[in-house]
Design a protein around this ligand. Structure first.
Ligand SMILES: NC(=O)c1ccc[n+]([C@@H]2O[C@H](COP(=O)([O-])OP(=O)(O)OC[C@H]3O[C@@H](n4cnc5c(N)ncnc54)[C@H](OP(=O)(O)O)[C@@H]3O)[C@@H](O)[C@H]2O)c1
Length: 303
């Protein structure tokens, strides 16, 4: 019988692509969403309301695997005090709720796989290569990812295999990061942000979905894995490559850091700083990236 994979936040960018990959690989997919969705022959939607501590328990009880993707968008709004709480709570509250249902119903899972971010290594710009043994940084993203992953460990205490996918910037056609920046590049106004020296660890959406699939199938996978390609790019190289693909060389001066700080507040560090991240662990686990060349990847995302 087909195994059931429950996706939290399965209506988002990663979730939609992953749903297709899972269905194509013979899994049944359930999705937990805050809004009403129409079931399809291969996807069953369940409601939850984190403010009321409500989950349709059936979603959990029939799941063999849970993939936790839900969470407020990190760069959607300014990081006010209230927003920071929402960013953290929308990621850890679902895990706590799922944990309590699993415990109460004595229900086990084949694996619980959670998104996390390379932001765990902190808002730094340095040549140091961060791997999964690098300690979490003591800044907002570092602490948020650390708490998020620590909450995932509660599920491990129930004897469930857990995997944490520390994701870099996900590239895909008309979605995520590219959706935000392409309009200005397309209009000829692409620019390097800040010094441009900050690293930009990226991964193509197809590779990311294959990593999630591997995390399901490969029982040896355990704990944290960085999910970003072997390509090491900086904001400057990324911006120049993208502008070239639109047929021009960047002519605008670099957008000064202070302007971005005024415009975006503390959130500006998410684009002004960037870590250099190793993908060695996931490769040693047998994963082969299909998208490693920035230019070719961007071309595939633009067509
Ligand atoms: N995309 C990237 O570049 C990237 C990079 C690093 C890490 N990640 C992480 O990977 C995960 C998936 O990313 P994504 O790009 O697919 O995100 P996304 O497109 O923003 O989707 C996230 C989903 O989470 C649900 N959600 C949002 N706010 C929520 C809340 N307050 N309570 C419960 N559910 C909420 C939404 O589903 P409903 O509206 O249906 O409830 C939404 O579709 C996220 O945790 C993200 O932080 C993504």
């Amino acid at each position: 019988m087909s195994k059931n994979v429950l996706l939290t936040g399965g209506t988002g960018f990663v979730g939609k692509h992953l749903t297709d990959v899972l269905i194509n690989n013979g899994f049944l997919v359930s999705v937990l969403s805050r809004s009403d969705q129409k079931n399809t022959p291969s996807i069953t939607y369940y409601k939850w309301d984190l403010n009321k501590n409500f989950i349709d328990e059936e979603a959990i009880l029939k799941a063999d695997y849970i993939i936790h993707l839900a969470g407020e968008g990190i760069v959607e709004k300014r990081w006010t005090k209230k927003r920071k709480i929402a960013l953290l709570e929308s990621r850890i509250k679902p895990i706590d709720l799922i944990h309590s249902i699993l415990k109460e119903k004595n229900k086990t899972l084949d694996a619980f796989i959670s998104a996390s971010g390379v932001g765990i290594y902190g808002a730094i710009t340095s040549h140091k290569i961060c791997d999964e043994t690098t300690p979490a940084a003591d800044d907002f993203l570092g602490n948020t990812c650390k708490e998020w992953e620590k909450t995932v460990d509660k599920i491990a205490s129930l004897g469930v295999r857990i995997v944490k996918i520390r994701t870099g910037i996900v590239l895909g056609k008309d979605e995520g990061f590219l959706k935000k920046i392409i309009p200005s590049f397309k209009s000829g106004f692409g620019a390097v942000l800040g010094t441009g020296k900050q690293y930009l660890p990226w991964i193509h959406i197809d590779d990311l979905c294959q990593i999630y699939l591997k995390a399901i199938l490969d029982e040896q996978m355990q704990d944290a894995y960085n999910a970003c390609t072997t390509d090491t790019t900086t904001n400057s190289r990324f911006s120049k490559t993208l502008a070239n693909l639109f047929g021009y060389s960047i002519w605008l001066p670099k957008v000064p850091s202070f302007i971005l700080k005024i415009a975006l507040g503390e959130m500006s560090i998410a684009i002004l700083k960037g870590q250099r991240v190793s993908s060695e662990k996931i490769q040693k686990a047998g994963f082969e990236f299909q998208f490693t060349d920035l230019e070719k990847t961007l071309v595939s995302c633009l067509n």
